[in-house]
Ligand binder design. Structure first.
Ligand code: GH3
Ligand code: MG
Ligand code: MG
Ligand code: MG
Length: 324
C-alpha cells in the first residue's frame, strides 16, 4: 500500500478534519562504509533531511533505537560486516522493527536482494546510486513512515478512549468489568484484602435542575478530581455512569476503605464546588457504600452487591455519609 497525500487527507478528514503533516524532512540513518559513496549520498540527502552517517553496524544497532529515525539506509556490501545480517537484526529488535529500511545493492546481486525483501526490507536502490532516484525513494518512505506513525497514535487514542469516560477521564464501566475479576482473583489468590467503595452524588437531579446540565457536568468533573486526589495510584477509580463512581482498592481492609470514604466524603462536603461560568458555589454531598472481600466463596458480584446495599443504607439514613 502506498500512502499518498490524498489518502492521508481523506483519512484525516474521516477522523475529524485533522490534516497529517507530511513533513519535508526526515531523520535518516545511513550505514555505509565506502567513503565516496557515503559522501555522495549524504550530500544529496542533507538538503531535505537530517542524516546520521555510521560505518559500523554495531553502532547502528545501538544508535537506531535512540535516534527516532524515519528511515534506515543500509549498504548490503559493507566491507567488514554483512549488511543483510544487520537488516535481519534491525527487523528482529522490538525497538527497531517498525522502522523502514532501504538497502543499497550491487547490480546483479538478485539473490541477496530477494533475501532482503523476504525479511521485510521496505525498498532498495541499485548502485551506482542516482541522486534523484534516491531522493524520490527516500521521500516516499519518509512520508509513509509519518503516515504509519499517525495511524499508530490514532489507534492508541482509540484504544484509550474505549476504556475511559470522556467527561471525567476516569475509567469507564467497560474497563471495570474487564479488570474487576482480575483484581479480585489476584487478591483472593494471595490472601490479600480488597475493598470496593461505591459513590453516588446526593440529589444530583436537583443540582441539574437548579444550575443546569452543564453545571452538573462540571460538578462531576470536579468530583472526579477530588476523588483522584484522595486515592492511591494502584486504586482503580471508575465512573459507572451518571453520578455514580466506584473505587476498587487492592490491599485495603474494610476499615481502611471506610476511612478513605470518610476522607473523600468530607473533601466533597467541606468545600463548595466552583464550576465553569457559574460563580455561585454549589454545595455537593455524596453517599458511599463500602464492602470488602470477605470469605472463600466471595465473588466480585457479591462484593459489588454488598457495596450497593451499604450505599442504599447511607441514602436511607440521611445521605452525606459512608456505610460499611
Ligand atoms: P439520590 O440522592 O437519591 O442519589 O438522588 P439523585 O437526584 O442524585 O438521583 P437520581 O438517580 O434521581 O438522579 C440522577 C440524575 O443524574 C438524573 C440524570 O439526569 C443525571 N445525570 C445522569 N448522567 C448525567 C450526566 O452525565 N451529566 C449530568 N449533568 N447529569 C446527569
Ligand atoms: Mg444514582
Ligand atoms: Mg438514583
Ligand atoms: Mg444520586
Amino acid at each position: 500500500m502506498r500512502a499518498s497525500t490524498e489518502e492521508q487527507m481523506g483519512f484525516a478528514a474521516a477522523m475529524g478534519g485533522e490534516v497529517v503533516e507530511a513533513g519535508r524532512s526526515g531523520r535518516i540513518l545511513l550505514v555505509e562504509d565506502r567513503e565516496g559513496a557515503a559522501a555522495r549520498m549524504v550530500d544529496a540527502l542533507k538538503a531535505d533531511n537530517d542524516v546520521v552517517h555510521l560505518t559500523d553496524p554495531a553502532e547502528a544497532l545501538l544508535g537506531a533505537p535512540d535516534g527516532n529515525y524515519d528511515l534506515l539506509i543500509v549498504s548490503l556490501n559493507l566491507q567488514n560486516a554483512d549488511g543483510l545480517r544487520l537488516c535481519s537484526q534491525l527487523r528482529s529488535l522490538d525497538r527497531t522493527r517498525h522502522l523502514p529500511i532501504m538497502i543499497v545493492v550491487e547490480p546483479g546481486e538478485e539473490d541477496r536482494l530477494h533475501r532482503g525483501l523476504d525479511m521485510g526490507v521496505n525498498d532498495y536502490i541499485v548502485r551506482p546510486v542516482s541522486t534523484s532516484e534516491l531522493l524520490a525513494r527516500v521521500r516516499t518512505q519518509v512520508k509513509r513512515k509519518r503516515y504509519t506513525d499517525f495511524l499508530r497514535s490514532r489507534l492508541e487514542q482509540t484504544v484509550e478512549m474505549a476504556v475511559l469516560d470522556p467527561l471525567t477521564a476516569l475509567h469507564n464501566r467497560r474497563y471495570l468489568s474487564n479488570h474487576l475479576d482480575t483484581l479480585f482473583q489476584e487478591s483472593a489468590d494471595r490472601g490479600r484484602a480488597l475493598s470496593v467503595l461505591l459513590i453516588d452524588v446526593d440529589h444530583f437531579k436537583a443540582i441539574n435542575d437548579t444550575h443546569g446540565h452543564d453545571a452538573g457536568d462540571d460538578v462531576l468533573r470536579e468530583l472526579a478530581l477530588r476523588l483522584r486526589r484522595n486515592i492511591r495510584g494502584i486504586d482503580l477509580a471508575c465512573r459507572l455512569g451518571g453520578e455514580e463512581f466506584v473505587v476498587v482498592m487492592p490491599d485495603t481492609s474494610l476499615d481502611s476503605a471506610y476511612l478513605v470514604g470518610e476522607r473523600l466524603r468530607q473533601c466533597i462536603a467541606a468545600a463548595p464546588f466552583i464550576v465553569g461560568a457559574h460563580d455561585r458555589p454549589i454545595s455537593v454531598t455524596a453517599s458511599m457504600g463500602v464492602a470488602a472481600l470477605e470469605y472463600e466463596t466471595d465473588t466480585p458480584d457479591l462484593i459489588m452487591k454488598r457495596a450497593d446495599q451499604a450505599l442504599y443504607c447511607a441514602k436511607r439514613d440521611g445521605r452525606n455519609r459512608v456505610v460499611a
